[in-house]
Design a protein around this ligand. Structure first.
Ligand code: MN
Length: 210
């Protein structure tokens, strides 16, 4: 990942704010990227400002080492480094050209574990619906095994050594302007934007890391 060390900057989205219309609207993307993600970046930089040792760590290593840090640094890093990682991962996982089906090795693994792509998406949707309050649903590789998990707030599965392949942000700020309180409608629209190439790339990175 580019810019994976202090000072963190808000890299532009890999597509225009309106590119995901009509499924995710331009204004939501603008606020989500330029205000929400920007705020996590600003707070993360502020938390690291007087921490020269931590400034040397990559974003992933900050998240992985957060549990060993004293408060209030620990909570600041979990929330804000998590917020940066989770949002970048989410935005990169969306494809303005639309979802084209899981391919290659990941497609094979998904069919092997969940029977079909449809059934996988059904279980993933149920997980995303089950998040109480704010959080994410994820497809991760855990020791070579595909798992669907959820995380509260900005907690990131990489803190627990899980390797992420796909995620959906189900914080209300991700959908409220267009879908109001209807998370299920937002998830249906999100499914039309899954970036299958990015998920496949992530799968390979995870498989190689083991
Ligand atoms: Mn968000």
């Amino acid at each position: 990942m580019e810019n994976d060390r202090y000072p963190f900057v808000n890299l532009p989205l890999p597509y225009s704010y309106g590119a995901l219309e009509p499924f995710i609207d331009e204004k939501t993307m603008m606020l989500h990227h330029d205000r929400h993600l920007a705020a996590y970046i600003k707070k993360l930089n502020a938390a690291l400002e007087n921490e020269p040792q931590l400034q040397k760590l990559s974003l992933e290593n900050l998240i992985k080492s957060a549990k060993h840090l004293p408060e209030p640094l620990k909570t600041e890093i979990i929330n804000n480094a998590g917020g940066v990682f989770n949002h970048r991962f989410f935005f990169n996982g969306l494809d303005p050209h639309g979802f084209s089906g899981f391919k290659g090795k990941l497609g094979e693994k998904i069919r092997e574990k969940y029977g079909s792509e449809e059934n996988f998406l059904k279980i993933f949707t149920a997980a995303a619906m089950s998040v109480f309050g704010s959080g994410y649903a994820w497809l991760v590789l855990d020791g070579g095994i595909l798992k669907i998990i959820t995380s509260p707030n900005q907690n990131s599965p990489i803190a627990a050594g899980l390797c992420p392949i796909l995620n959906i942000d189900v914080w209300e700020h991700a959908y409220y302007l267009k879908h109001y309180n209807l998370r299920a409608d937002y998830i249906e629209d999100w499914k039309k934007l899954i970036n299958a190439n990015e998920a496949e790339k992530n799968y390979f990175k995870c498989a190689v890391k083991r």
